[in-house]
Design a binder for this molecule. Structure first.
Ligand code: NG1
Length: 500
């Protein structure tokens, strides 16, 4: 894997054989740039969306995840403009009107407003904050995105990562891929979502034909892993439920609340395990389930007897699942704020400070720590097993991988409560039509689902979904809209610069 974002000169290096429509798109982008700003762009930065194959809502718990980059992406055509103005336009100007900022404005992000250019500012700040600098140059940028917004394919990460690539080039900086990914994850928090780092990492580091096993702790590390060879080969079908879940506006009851539930869960689990005072736990901000697990097994007398890496993971995670039951099993209905504060021996206001509620407010009467922790540890277990199956290619690998994906969907639905009836229905239809495994992908509560399908069943699965889901609930979709919502995909390459 290269250290820096690569440069490509041919569209087939990005999109494989599907270049005709892309050639038209890139040419339109360059022509519109010229018509808008008076000259050709200097370069185009490109960052893709992603599909998470397995490992949902555990990146922010510090556990590994297993996503792949896909072809839909954000493009940023850019050129320095010799002024101190930053002018940004979007090919979809009806939805995303043009904006103009001074360099100083770029550091002002009002996260209470759902404003498209906030994501552009996030990308800008991400790079400059990383090198502790103010921006020095004005530039013009024109964006074009094909990742559906709010669809679970991480349009926001594609947007922020592509912007970061553009900004670092304009500013004459060269962050490594790992630095760009961390900076982007950090930067997205300025729009008020307490995001994990999966989407940015895979958008930057994605590899053609491989998924990535991404670890976050102790450091960010992405290992390319191929799906096993099979006859017929494996394919992925993506189906967008078209239920739009806006992560930003629903954050206090959905995404950010889940982050907080896992964070408080980690604090209380550390206390239950008697390790809360240990330096690694006491100083961690945030304390995650992964840190708690590592610290628990670093404690003398608590065995991790198996040297084999996968077996070690499995053994540790299974012990954590048992401890979770002991720690939270008394409260299946969830904890009130006062109850959690009492367990942690802090005032309720102090608890609120610990979870950074001034920056990421949440709304809930009860916090379901048992279910959220059970999901996090069991999902991490499934990710480790998924990777193992990919690498070992045992008999009936498809059924085994599919089974893990189906279990993940059940856990997202029942324990993490981030599915929705439409996602559940789409998964049911696809499995019946021949998918090995079907699950939501991304944050959930709507958006996309991913299905592991033998290549010879792709058409059957797509047809079943078209007839039984889209024709029933979205009967007025055009053929083009349907093909944007329902498509087969494979692992694609990560972010790059394109020069014609
Ligand atoms: P989406 O909403 O699909 O982009 C979000 C987070 C991820 C991860 C998943 C759930 C952002 C940018 N991304 O993905 O980090 O936590 O939910 O697995 O918030």
């Amino acid at each position: 894997m290269s250290l820096f974002a690569p440069t490509v000169h041919g569209l087939s290096d990005i999109y494989g054989a599907d270049v005709d429509a892309q050639a038209v798109r890139y040419a339109r982008l360059a022509a519109t740039f010229k018509a808008t700003f008076g000259s050709q762009p200097e370069f185009i930065a490109r960052a893709p969306g992603r599909v998470n194959i397995i490992g949902e809502h555990i990146d922010y718990c510090g556990f590994p995840v297993f996503p792949m980059a896909i072809a839909p992406d954000t493009l940023v055509a850019a050129r320095a403009n010799r002024s101190d103005l930053i002018r940004v336009s979007n090919m979809d100007s009806a939805k995303y009107p043009p904006r103009e900022f001074s360099v100083a404005d770029m550091f002002e992000i009002d996260s209470t407003k759902h404003e498209w250019s906030n994501y552009f500012k996030c990308g800008y700040r991400g790079v400059l904050d990383h090198v502790s600098r103010q921006g020095s140059k004005g530039f013009d940028a024109l964006l074009d995105g094909t990742v559906p917004a709010g669809g679970g394919l991480s349009s926001s990460a594609a947007f922020v990562c592509a912007t970061q690539l553009a900004v670092q080039r304009i500013e004459g900086l060269s962050l490594t891929q790992a630095e760009l990914a961390s900076a982007a994850a950090q930067a997205e928090r300025h729009v008020g979502v307490n995001a994990g780092g999966m989407d940015q990492a895979v958008s930057i580091m994605g590899q053609q034909d491989s998924a990535l096993f991404i670890e976050f702790h102790p450091t960010l590390k992405a290992t390319p892993v191929r799906l096993p060879e099979a006859d017929p080969p494996f394919a992925f079908v993506i189906a967008n439920t078209l239920v739009v879940s806006n992560k930003h506006t629903t954050a206090p009851t959905n995404y950010n609340l889940r982050v907080v539930e896992t964070r408080i869960g980690a604090l209380m689990l550390a206390k239950h395990l008697g390790i809360a005072e240990r330096v690694a736990c006491a100083n961690a901000d945030p304390l995650t389930f992964k840190v708690v697990m590592d610290e628990y097994f670093a404690k003398p007398n608590v065995g991790d007897s198996n040297d084999d890496e996968v077996q070690g993971w499995i053994e540790r995670l299974e012990i954590m699942l048992r401890e979770t039951e002991k720690a939270f099993g008394t409260h299946p209905q969830g904890y009130t704020r006062d109850e959690m504060a009492a367990v942690l021996s802090v005032a309720t206001a102090e608890l609120s400070a610990k979870i950074h509620e001034n920056q990421f407010p949440v709304r809930a009467d009860r916090f379901k720590l048992l279910q959220r922790a059970q999901h996090a540890f069991s999902e991490a277990l499934r990710v480790v097993k998924f990777r193992w199956i990919c690498e070992q290619a045992p008999e009936e690998a498809g059924l085994k991988l599919g089974d893990l994906m189906n279990q993940s969907q059940d856990s997202c639905r029942d324990l993490f409560e981030c599915s929705c009836p439409e996602l559940d229905e789409v998964c049911k239809i696809a499995r019946k039509a021949g998918s090995f495994g079907s699950r939501l992908t991304g944050a959930g509560w709507g958006g996309c689902s991913v299905h592991l399908v033998p290549a010879n069943k792709v058409d059957d699965v797509k047809k079943a979904l078209a007839d039984q889901y889209y024709a029933t609930y979205f009967s007025d979709l055009s053929t083009e809209q349907l093909s944007e919502a329902l498509f087969a995909t494979k692992p694609g390459r990560g972010a790059c610069y394109y020069f014609a």
